[in-house]
Design a protein. Structure first.
Length: 185
């Protein structure tokens, strides 16, 4: 089990004509993992991730957001060169519908080369600034250039990557990776 807590106090001004924006952000996150070796070639990993994000701000208001995500992953070696890892995560972001996030990782190792690929569905919840910056303030009393939108829903995307690594003895590694994302919403 891992857990962490972070608190940040921030003060900034866009110019000298108005009062500065002030905020205190807090983040608590925890991760519980359980790994079970099923055989010499197979391992299953299950776990649960939890986050609580909170802000008290004169330009974004007082808000908090809870995110919970159970997950399961199977690590499978097929022979001595091929490795595959399918995973599934369920993401529960407060006030939004649950999302299933499948992912697949694979790699093949031959001599001094490793070829690898992965793909999966991903999600990103809007930050407090995107949701609430200057929201509800009267026009003419805005601080800064943007207004948040509390109706934003999480961004959903499909991402994939492919690449290779070349190992020269144990002293040098050369890697190349191609990465792409398709935004779904």
């Amino acid at each position: 089990m891992n857990a962490g807590y972070k608190q940040l106090k921030d003060e900034y001004a866009f110019d000298n004509s108005g009062s500065a924006n002030q905020s205190t952000s807090k983040l608590f996150q925890s991760l519980i993992l359980f790994q079970q070796q099923l055989s010499e070639q197979t391992t299953i990993i299950t776990g649960f991730n939890y986050q609580n994000r909170a802000i008290v701000s004169n330009d974004r208001g007082i808000h908090s957001l809870n995110i919970a995500a159970p997950f399961v992953s199977l690590s499978q070696n097929i022979g001595s060169r091929f490795y595959v890892q399918p995973s599934l995560r369920a993401e529960f972001i407060e006030n939004n519908k649950a999302e299933l996030l499948p992912q697949l990782n694979a790699s093949y190792h031959i001599r001094d080369f490793q070829f690898r690929a992965s793909g999966g569905r991903t999600i990103r919840a809007a930050e407090f600034t995107e949701l609430y910056n200057n929201y509800g303030r009267e026009k003419g009393k805005l601080v800064g250039p943007s207004i948040g939108n509390p109706g934003l829903t999480p961004e959903i995307a499909w991402a994939y990557e492919a690449g290779f690594d070349w190992f020269y003895r144990s002293q040098f590694k050369l890697s190349s990776t191609f990465f792409n994302v398709f935004i779904a919403t």
